[in-house]
Design a protein around this ligand. Structure first.
Ligand code: NAI
Ligand code: MG
Length: 354
């Protein structure tokens, strides 16, 4: 029997609520699929920072290397600056584990109402392939003359030919496997005349390898508008780190709730573990009340199983999620109901068992 070793970083706020719900579902899926999941909980996050002055242990990233995958909740706490919590945990893990692909499905499920009027599941079914290791979030730059009237800050974006080429190639391959075979590239080469012109050149070059995929570039602002006005025309979107971050919040909002969208931070070469997480944050406004929607975390767990080679288990979790959402009897408050996180997790596990 295959056993997968999973590092669990539930993190902060609702991360601590949705990850146990996800684990409950994953355990059933493993039982049914004839494989085992060995979970190791790591206490990292903002509470850890407040006690120890660091977000994770000094050898934390090295320890993650010994696992098959990482299952992450959310990181962020009002008592700790977001610049510290994200910069010291999530971003270094993504970079140092070479998780250069951030894969984010954005799909309106039957049973959820989109805030866009008259849009159904056939209209909103996209996936964003976001560059996850360089670009605007590379972390280079600094502050000069801090606190003085002369103060200045610089934040540099780094775009490499290799970085753009590998994300573009991954995105074209994703597009090739989907029925519509459309790829939209988010650019802004009218204003960012160095980085985004290189982006466009490299993506157009990779496009030649994929004649069966229809490729179109859009300026990112126009693409934001298109997601709202013509979502049915979008299938796969490839975007830089910052653009992908913004576009996927629009995508999950039009899909009905931030509580539904999952994400994978993937190293396609599999030389290091990949990391799976809901795309939402720690939601301090609802944390501690047991009402967070665990669907995004459960779906992220399913993506993790798919990455580990357990495609059938992924498919049965997705089918169980779709059944529960479609039946509309168990809904957390973000979906207009009164169910708790635990109610939702139990509904998904019983749908899995049905
Ligand atoms: P957020 O995603 O935590 O919350 C935005 C809104 O969506 C809130 O009203 C929240 O209640 C709601 N929401 C989010 N997830 C939900 C769920 N599962 N069920 C029901 N409602 C849900 O984003 P926000 O408020 O901007 O950030 C809060 C903290 O999380 C910050 O410290 C931020 O830095 C951090 N964050 C961490 C991320 C990560 O760990 N990858 C990603 C985004 C934000
Ligand atoms: Mg974001």
């Amino acid at each position: 029997m295959n056993t997968y070793r999973i590092a669990v970083i539930a993190g902060d706020g609702i991360g601590k609520e949705v990850i146990p719900a996800g684990i409950q579902v994953l355990k059933i899926a493993a039982e049914q699929g004839g494989f085992a999941l060995d979970f190791t909980e790591l206490p990292w996050g903002c509470d850890y920072y407040l006690q120890h002055g660091r977000m994770l242990d000094a050898d934390g990233v090295d320890r993650l290397l010994t696992f098959d995958a990482v299952y992450l909740g959310a990181i962020g706490d009002p008592r700790v600056s977001d610049a510290v919590s994200a910069r010291e945990l999530i971003l270094p893990v993504r970079q140092r584990l070479f998780q250069y692909v951030n894969l984010r499905p954005m799909r309106l499920m039957a049973g959820i109402r989109s805030p866009l009027a008259n849009r159904g599941p056939a209209d909103i079914d996209m996936i964003c392939v976001r560059e996850n290791s360089e670009g605007e979030y590379c972390g280079m730059g600094g502050r000069l003359h801090a606190g003085s009237p002369l103060e200045m800050a610089s934040q540099t974006g780094i775009f490499t030919r290799q970085g753009i080429e590998r994300i573009a190639r991954y995105a074209f391959k994703v597009a090739q496997q989907r029925p519509r075979r459309l790829l939209a590239s988010a650019t802004k080469s009218n204003a960012l005349q160095h980085a985004m012109v290189l982006w466009d050149e490299v993506v157009a070059g990779v496009a030649k390898e994929f004649p069966d995929v229809t490729y179109q570039k859009y300026h990112v602002d126009a693409l934001c508008a298109r997601m709202v006005t013509h979502p049915q025309t979008l299938d796969v979107i490839v975007a830089s780190n910052l653009f992908g971050d913004i576009l996927t919040d629009i995508g999950s909002a039009i899909s009905g709730s931030l509580g539904v969208g999952p994400g994978g931070n993937i190293n396609p070469e599999r030389t290091t573990p990949s990391m799976f997480e809901p795309i939402h944050g720690s939601a301090p406004d609802i944390a501690g009340r047991g009402i967070a929607n665990p669907i995004a975390a459960i779906w992220a767990g399913a993506m993790m199983l798919d990455h580990l080679g357990e495609r059938a288990a992924h498919d049965s979790i997705l089918a169980a999620i779709e059944r529960v959402i479609g039946e509309e009897t168990v809904k957390t408050p973000d979906l207009g109901g009164k169910a708790t996180t635990a109610d939702m997790a139990t509904a998904v596990t019983s749908a899995l068992r049905r």
